[in-house]
Ligand binder design. Structure first.
Ligand code: AMP
Ligand code: TRP
Length: 325
C-alpha cells in the first residue's frame, strides 16, 4: 500500500512563487510515490472576511493552478474542502480536545490577529484545529508544507496523540515534509519577512500569474544587501533569497549557481533571474487557460467523492470511540 499525503492552500489573494517553491512543487514531485490528496481549503479562507463572489471564483482558480502546476487528477485526488463536510465535523470534535493555551501559542494567530484577541475571530483562533482535521481524516503519513506551517503540524500531531491516548488508537501520526531549500522564500522588498499573499506591497512577491514586464520590474526593484558578489551567504538574506529562487527554478546545485555568476554583478544576475522566472512561468500560465469549467467541475466532484469515502470512515470510527453513535 502506498503511503498517503495530504496538503492544501487557501483560495485567497494570489499564489506566489514562495507557495510554489515551498509547497506545490513538492506536491507534484511526490504524487507518483504517494497516494495524494490536495485540497482547496475554502473553509480556512473565511477565517478572515472574504467577498463571496470573489471567494467562489478564487476557489476554482486555485484548482486550475494546482492542475497547471502539474498535479495530475488521474494520480492525485483534488477537491474543495467544503465539498467534504466531515472536515468541519471532525474540527468540532478536535476543538473539544484542543486547549486554549496551545492555540494561543500559534504564531500565525498572533500575526493575523494582530495581537488583538478581543477583536480577532474565533475561527481565526481555531484555524489550526480545522487544519488538524483535514490531515487526520485521511490517516495521512506525510504533509508537504512550507516552514510557516510547521507549528500547525506539531499541534496536529499533539491532538492525534491525545485522542489516541484517551480513546484508543484511531489516528495515524503525520510527519511534515519541509523542503531543505525553498521552505521560506522571503519578500523581495523586506527580506526579513516571508513572501506573503497578504503583504500589502505587491512588489514583495512574484505572483504565478504576473506577466513578463511585471516580473522584470519586480526583480529589478528587489532590495539587495551590502557586498557585490553573487553567492549564498546566510548573513545576506536578500541575495541568498534571490539565488535560492534561481537555484530551485534551474535545478542547478548551489555551487553551480555561484560559479555561473562568478565575476558578474547584480545587473547581470537580476536580468538572468528575471528571464528564468518568466520562462518558467510561461508554460504554466498557458496551461491555466486549458481547463474549462465543466471539466474542472468533473475533476473536483470526482475528487470530493473519493475523499469523502475515506473521510467518512475515519469520522465514523471517531464517533464510535467517543460514544456519539
Ligand atoms: P497558503 O496559500 O497560505 O495556504 O499556503 C500554501 C502553502 O505555501 C503552505 O504549505 C505554506 O507553508 C507555503 N508557503 C507560503 N508562503 C511561503 C513562502 N514564503 N515560502 C515557502 N513556502 C510558503
Ligand atoms: N494552513 C495552511 C496554510 O495557510 C493551509 C492548510 C489548511 C493546510 N489545511 C491544511 C496545509 C492541511 C497542509 C495540510 O498554508
Amino acid at each position: 500500500m502506498k503511503k498517503r499525503i495530504f496538503s492544501g492552500a487557501q483560495p485567497t489573494g494570489q499564489l506566489h512563487i514562495g507557495n510554489y517553491l515551498g509547497a506545490l512543487k513538492n506536491w507534484v514531485a511526490l504524487q507518483d510515490e504517494y497516494e495524494s490528496f490536495y485540497c482547496i481549503v475554502n473553509l480556512h479562507a473565511i477565517t478572515l472576511p472574504q467577498d463571496p463572489k470573489v471567494l467562489r471564483q478564487k476557489t476554482l482558480d486555485l484548482a486550475r493552478i494546482y492542475l497547471a502546476a502539474g498535479i495530475d487528477p488521474e494520480k492525485s485526488t483534488v477537491f474543495i474542502q467544503s465539498d467534504v463536510p466531515e472536515h468541519a465535523e471532525l474540527a468540532w470534535i478536535l476543538s473539544c480536545i484542543a486547549r486554549m493555551g496551545e492555540l494561543e501559542r500559534m504564531t500565525q494567530f498572533k500575526d493575523k490577529g494582530k495581537g488583538n484577541s478581543e477583536r480577532a475571530g474565533v475561527g481565526l483562533f481555531s484555524y489550526p484545529v480545522l487544519m488538524a482535521s483535514d490531515i487526520l481524516l485521511y490517516q495521512t503519513d506525510l504533509v508537504p508544507i512550507g516552514k510557516d506551517q510547521k507549528q500547525h503540524l506539531e499541534l496536529t500531531r499533539d491532538l492525534a496523540e491525545r485522542f489516541n491516548r484517551d480513546f484508543g488508537e484511531t489516528f495515524r501520526i503525520p510527519e511534515p515534509f519541509i523542503p531543505p531549500v525553498g521552505a521560506n522564500i522571503l519578500s523581495l522588498q523586506e527580506p526579513a519577512k516571508k513572501m506573503s499573499k497578504s503583504d500589502e506591497n505587491a512588489n514583495g512577491s512574484i505572483f504565478l500569474l504576473d506577466d513578463a514586464d511585471t516580473i522584470t520590474k519586480k526583480i529589478k526593484r528587489a532590495v539587495t544587501d551590502s557586498g557585490t558578489d553573487i553567492r549564498f551567504d546566510q548573513s545576506r538574506p536578500a541575495i541568498n533569497n534571490l539565488l535560492t529562487i534561481f537555484q530551485l527554478l534551474t535545478g542547478k546545485s548551489a555551487a553551480d549557481c555561484e560559479s555561473h555568476f562568478e565575476g558578474k554583478g547584480y545587473g547581470h544576475f537580476k536580468a538572468e533571474l528575471a528571464e528564468t522566472i518568466v520562462e518558467f512561468l510561461r508554460p504554466f500560465q498557458e496551461k491555466i487557460k486549458e481547463y474549462d469549467e465543466i471539466e474542472l467541475d468533473k475533476i473536483l466532484k470526482t475528487g470530493a467523492q473519493k475523499a469523502r469515502s475515506i473521510a467518512s470512515e475515519t469520522l465514523n470510527t471517531v464517533y464510535e470511540k467517543m460514544g456519539i453513535n
